[in-house]
Design a protein around this ligand. Structure first.
Ligand code: 13P
Length: 342
């Protein structure tokens, strides 16, 4: 076993801590800035992310690592400090999104394949020198009447395995993110269908990782929860979501994997926290299970900030509160009363 990779993976899922996904592409962060009527300029992207990374209560106590976008890993603050240095000063790890996005699958415009393998070996070496100790690659699987097809599931799983091998070769821990979407326009599927597809996808991913000789002790899995599609008419209780999520993970994820860090996927802040806590309140989980949230950690903070310097302390408090609530959830100790008594 590569101890260095395992040490980093263990740090990423330190009990009581989780990962901040701040790796939105420029197109995605533009959508978030649109909500607060803010221009998506390089300076605004820098100012927003610097505000998050300087939230010292959140960063020191609840955030084990931050996933960055290519622009951010190279960016300096107005006072000339690398944003990566601000993250490292809080004892948090620097991570980097290395895929270049989900593109239409050739001959099949209804599904996607994630790209970014060409030149990845060289990019990973550069990112390591810039401070990255872990990386992220997201494969996207959409459920609809005819999809996903076995070919799309296999192709995306194989791309994840090829990415993971290149990461481990570069001494970087790969986050393996095969996301079964809950929030696309076609997401009318019920929880049973999500369970079936997520189980299939995770089995395929671990088969491909095994074929590529990936050391499971040196990866982190970032899955979706087992949850109904956003436009499904049949609602599911939080109990059922937690129970089916854990059952699916127990059936598919080898115990050698050190940690699982969920994406939030379109759940609101409280749902994402509640479900994580309920998954963790079950006994005998073989892995550390935590969060790697983007929207569910940042939404309120970005709205509070609204692009204004005078709102920075308020936005940082909101971010710290959400990170703290998710820290409780990662220990299975969150309840709704904590939301108001923090
Ligand atoms: P969400 O938590 O907003 O789904 O984002 C997590 C992520 O990293 C998606 O790739």
């Amino acid at each position: 076993m590569n101890k260095k990779l395992n040490d980093v993976a263990q740090m990423m899922v330190t009990p009581g801590k989780g990962i901040l996904a701040a790796d939105e592409s420029n197109a995605t962060i533009a959508k978030r800035f649109n909500q607060i009527d803010l221009e998506c300029s390089e300076d605004n992207r820098r100012n927003y992310r610097e505000m998050l990374f300087r939230s010292s209560d959140a960063m020191k106590n609840y955030i084990s690592g931050v996933i960055l976008y290519d622009e951010t890993i190279r960016q300096k603050s107005e006072t000339g400090e690398y944003l990566t240095a601000i993250i490292q000063e809080s004892n948090s790890l620097v991570g980097i999104k290395v895929d270049t996005g989900a593109k239409p699958l050739a001959l099949d415009n209804s599904q996607t394949i994630t790209e970014g393998l060409d030149g990845l070996r060289e990019r990973l070496n550069e990112y390591y020198n810039l401070g990255a100790r872990f990386a992220k690659w997201r494969g996207v699987i959409e459920i609809s009447k005819d999809n996903p097809t076995p070919y799309a599931v296999k192709s995306n799983a194989q791309a994840l395995a090829r990415y993971a091998a290149l990461c481990q070769e570069a001494n970087i821990v790969p986050i393996i993110e095969p996301e079964v979407l809950m929030d696309s326009k076609n997401s009318i599927h019920n929880i049973k269908e999500c369970e079936r597809v997520t189980t299939w996808v995770l089995n395929t991913v671990f088969q491909e990782l095994s074929d590529a000789d990936i050391e499971l002790e040196g990866i982190i899995l970032k899955p979706n929860m087992v949850i109904p599609g956003k436009f499904c008419k049949e609602k599911s209780s939080s109990d059922e979501i937690a129970e089916k999520t854990l059952k699916c993970l127990k059936e598919t994820v080898p115990h050698a994997v050190p940690g699982i860090a969920f994406l939030s996927g379109g759940q609101n802040d409280i749902e994402a926290t509640r479900h994580l806590s309920m998954v963790n309140s079950a006994s005998n989980n073989p892995w550390n299970i935590t969060f790697s949230y983007g929207r569910a950690l940042q939404h309120k903070s970005i709205m509070t900030w609204a692009g204004k310097t005078e709102n920075i302390p308020g936005a940082q408090n909101v971010f710290s509160h959400r990170a703290k609530m998710n820290s409780f959830a990662s220990l299975g100790k969150w309840n709704f009363n904590l939301e108001n008594n923090d």
